[in-house]
Write a protein that binds this ligand. Structure first.
Ligand code: MN
Length: 240
């Protein structure tokens, strides 16, 4: 049987070191390995000058992964840049918004990770906190100092969610490598997991075709083995 093709946009990255400041489009190997572990074949899609030029590549894909990365440009949810905003790249944002719109039209599944939950929420009409310190509640540590495979904080998952069925649990520990989070959840999404400080850690669509997590499951395949379920679920939905 042909393995489903899982598309992801290659994010543009400019090295801040002026000695080697050329821009590259890069993706961490952990995403590639996790898609393979789930039974799919990854297809990397470059961000092109003209966003609609990626359409023939989107058409090839059976499902999509929205990876982690830099901040979403706040103009996309009607805000000016706050002093605590980190790097942004509007071209990558626009390519991913095009991908989300294609997935919506064609009914293709999406697994969104870290920045992915943020761009998915914004693309569907939601907003973000530009920094966790801007919330009313003082946040716990969400930018861990440990290695990326270290599950640092506990997450509580709604029992009646697709996510709880996929992970087969309502309590798990996850890694945490983010300084932003969902503020207003988009109408088509529902927040289904939080940390005890109330930070949204996962969201999903009613039909479960879009699953979005604020943590990095691709880094947890060894330390939190149930996380491979997210990639298997994406590939299973992409197969039908
Ligand atoms: Mn977190």
């Amino acid at each position: 049987m042909k393995k489903p093709l899982i598309g992801l946009i290659l994010p543009a990255y400019t090295n801040p070191n002026p000695e080697c400041s050329h821009t590259r489009q890069l993706i961490s190997t952990a995403y590639i390995r996790a898609i393979e572990a789930g039974g799919g074949t990854p297809l990397a899609i470059p961000s092109l000058r003209c966003a609609e030029d990626i359409d023939p590549l989107l058409n090839l894909c059976d499902g999509f992964l929205l990876p982690g990365g830099i901040d979403v440009d706040p103009r996309l949810y009607g805000e000016n840049p706050h002093a605590l905003l980190d790097c942004v790249n509007l071209a990558t944002d626009q390519a991913e918004i095009r991908l989300i719109s294609h997935a919506k039209t064609c009914g293709k599944p999406i697994l969104a990770i870290c920045r992915g939950i943020q761009i998915l929420n914004v693309a569907l009409g939601g907003t973000l906190y530009q920094d966790l310190s801007l919330r009313d509640t003082k946040p716990m540590l969400h930018s861990q100092n440990q290695s990326r495979d270290y599950p640092i904080h506990q997450v509580t998952i709604e029992q009646d969610s697709h996510l709880a069925s996929i992970l087969r649990t309502t309590q798990t520990y996850t890694n945490s490598l983010h300084h932003q989070c969902i503020k207003d959840c988009a109408p088509e999404l529902r927040v289904v997991a939080t940390t005890t400080d109330g930070v949204p850690e996962a969201a999903e669509s009613t039909d479960g075709r879009w699953i979005a997590v604020q943590w990095h499951p691709e880094e947890l395949l060894q330390t939190v083995p149930c996380m491979v379920g997210l990639f298997e679920d994406l590939v299973r939905k992409a197969s039908v």
